[in-house]
Write a protein that binds this ligand. Sequence first.
Ligand SMILES: Nc1ncnc2c1ncn2[C@@H]1O[C@H](COP(=O)(O)OP(=O)(O)OP(=O)(O)O)[C@@H](O)[C@H]1O
Ligand SMILES: [Mg+2]
Length: 603
Amino acid sequence: MSHRILSLPSHLVNQIAAGEVVERPASVAKELIENSLDAGADRVEIDLEQGGVKLLRVRDNGEGIAPEDLALALARHATSKIASLADLESVATLGFRGEALPSIASVSRLDILSRRRGAERAWRIAGEGGEPIPAAHPDGTTVEVRDLFFNTPARRKFLRGEKTELQHVEALVRRIALARLDVGFRLGHNGRVLFQLPPAADDPARVAQRLQELLGAGFVEHALAVDEGAVGLRLHGWVVAPAFSRSQGDMQFFYVNGRVVRDKLVAHALRQAYQDVLHHSRHPAYLLYLEIPPTQVDVNVHPAKHEVRFREGRQVHDFIFRALHRRLAEGAQGTGPHMASDPAQPVWVDPGPGGGRAGAPGPWQGPTAQQTIPLGIREAGQGYAFAVAAQRPFPEPAVPVAGEAETPAAQPLGFALGQLHGVYVLAQAEDGLVIVDMHAAHERIGYERLKRAWDQGQVRRQPLLVPLPVQVSRAEAELAEAQAGLIRDLGLVVDRIGAESLVVREIPAALQGADAEGLLRDLLSDLTVHGTSARVREEVNGILATLACHAAVRANRRLTLEEMNALLRDMERTERADQCNHGRPTWVKLSRQDLDRLFLRGR
Ligand SMILES: Nc1ncnc2c1ncn2[C@@H]1O[C@H](COP(=O)(O)OP(=O)(O)OP(=O)(O)O)[C@@H](O)[C@H]1O
Ligand SMILES: [Mg+2]
């Protein structure tokens, strides 16, 4: 080591910076595409050879770069996007460091071709520097990156095979294409087009098509539109009904001012919002956009800009939580009063008979159209559709049939016809056949009742006609004694009558008819798991869910028609009745049209 301090040559400085910014072809693609978006492009084309290692080219139709600025674009710390600290504190563009191009240029052979919008000609500059020379190019910019890491063998060694690098680029382009529905994207590899997405901003059918292409038909079919605004924040996009939950968190897209970020706060708010309706081992799917004044968020906290910091973190958290919690509570019944004011928010409508190929997106229409979300099995050619739980259960109020006492609209789930296999209730609704999973429905109703009672601080209890002795372990008996107060708050009165015996005297009125012994055992095992600390109260929703589950109608119990109708009415009154506590649907509907189609009627 020399003992003198030297300034590093700029090429080496750039290579060091590239260590943070450029990890693989996908990170190059990210920087170049973000530049195109900052330049106002609405079409971006990405072409790769050999997974982007041999060639990665991004072409856009943005505002272009003036020839006198071309050299600056390649200079470190040169940017057109900010000029002062005040600008840095309210960045509205994706870039702001003036670092990406010089970094990439230092580890590859880079070329920029650009024509300023409306200018007479285009110019080209090579990454090594030199004067720009005239070239042919339409309005916009092309950046070509060849032989990534050719001069930094240590980095090159860390690249994976062509397929893996391609997958990373593909995932990146998909993520950006979901962030910017208004921009068209094309991705090609070794001369083959992998996907081509037209700009979709004002065209609901194209939005549907893009979501379907990038997230699949399942997502589109189960999507609930969200649009909420408060305290200068706006959250919009789609959450998926819990029945379409996934075993992995691979369909979660959250953008802050168009930026892909990972954020613990956001993740926590989302998890909490889904907590009531999703089993904890399942992962929700969503595509959400948070818009927040740029001054309220610091984007300069991570070298690759993967993280942000909210100035009012708590407020952002609570806003996201509340917006989604409410939307999920409404379920598909929610006609989305919060989005009705925004005609830009597309709402899925059933394409109807003959509407497209299997699983194809139908036309999107404005929220004034009848809002239904078609789901489930859609057989090509056969022409039958099976609309499941998320079908909006409230038909347009129909003219009451003479002699009918009540308007059918008040009873969207209809009237019970009978029981099937002791598991399902069949009901005739105004516009079709409703099939209810008794157990799932009952569980949801019990849970919501308990939770409401708990929130109001008064879980009503009901004495058992005959107190019920239950044998337990000594530890459990001690636990029951120590936690008698909490257990009472949860709606049970339990006394210890021996070293290993308890007696249940009262249970929650909402769970009337439940198996008291099972209830007590479940409660004790929950308390054992959660311990005796304050955590128990935090976990109370989980405990209430366990109780409700235990108390729910077991399969094979025969119900009278009155009981079945009572269940249907209860469901209509209950929030989140679309799915049980584990996220399974509680009911499905076969509309009259569906029935007609099954029998090829009325065609
Ligand atoms: N596709 C493009 N169209 C128009 N101008 C561009 C394009 N790409 C780069 N530029 C110009 O070149 C400058 C440098 O780009 P570079 O990506 O290096 O920095 P940045 O985007 O300003 O900041 P960051 O390093 O955070 O990305 C930009 O500020 C912009 O003026
Ligand atoms: Mg940039």
